[in-house]
Design a protein around this ligand. Structure first.
Ligand SMILES: Nc1ncnc2c1ncn2[C@@H]1O[C@H](COP(=O)(O)OP(=O)(O)OP(=O)(O)O)[C@@H](O)[C@H]1O
Ligand SMILES: [Mg+2]
Length: 138
């Protein structure tokens, strides 16, 4: 099941179409792969305006006005020892995986001046967070 929820007051913002689709495609494909064979798999995508509260303290106030996207699934989650490794180029636990996906996601997000991190509880599913700064004109 896929749940999508978008906050109503998200302003129009500009982002390169390929960048946004790469970010969503790679994170969604990872959730789809991990949930394969599960009858109760749920993936939820949310997008809202980021607020002071939604931003971890370690992240600068630069991101206080931006878009916060989360991609969450109810798969096995990411173990503590893999939390950092998943972002490395070439890290993959999948047969045939290239380990390019999340490396590419973090690369693109940083190029756009944003940040991304995963903060799901291990064994409770993965939660990918993407913060993108708002640019209301090109
Ligand atoms: N939603 C998720 N739940 C559990 N583990 C995940 C999830 N997303 C990513 N991972 C772990 O992070 C690893 C790296 O993901 P990444 O997308 O970078 O590469 P990949 O999916 O293995 O390969 P490719 O993207 O080339 O198919 C995955 O192999 C998997 O072990
Ligand atoms: Mg992948």
């Amino acid at each position: 099941m896929l749940k999508v929820s978008l906050q109503k007051n998200i302003p129009i913002f500009f982002i390169n179409r390929e960048s946004l689709s790469f970010i969503l495609k790679e994170t969604l494909n990872n959730s789809i792969d991990i949930l394969k064979g599960s009858k109760r798999g749920v993936i939820a995508i949310k997008a809202c305006l980021s607020t002071k509260k939604s931003i971890p303290k370690s992240i600068s106030s630069l991101h206080q006005r931006g878009i916060h996207i989360t991609i969450q699934d109810n798969g096995p989650g990411i173990s503590a020892r893999h939390k950092d490794k998943i972002w490395e180029l070439g890290f993959s636990k999948k047969p045939g995986g290239t380990g390019l996906g999340l490396f590419g996601v973090s690369f693109i997000v940083e190029q756009l001046g944003g940040v991304c991190f995963e903060n799901g509880l291990p064994t409770r599913g993965a939660i990918f967070n993407i913060f993108l700064p708002l640019k209301e004109e090109l």
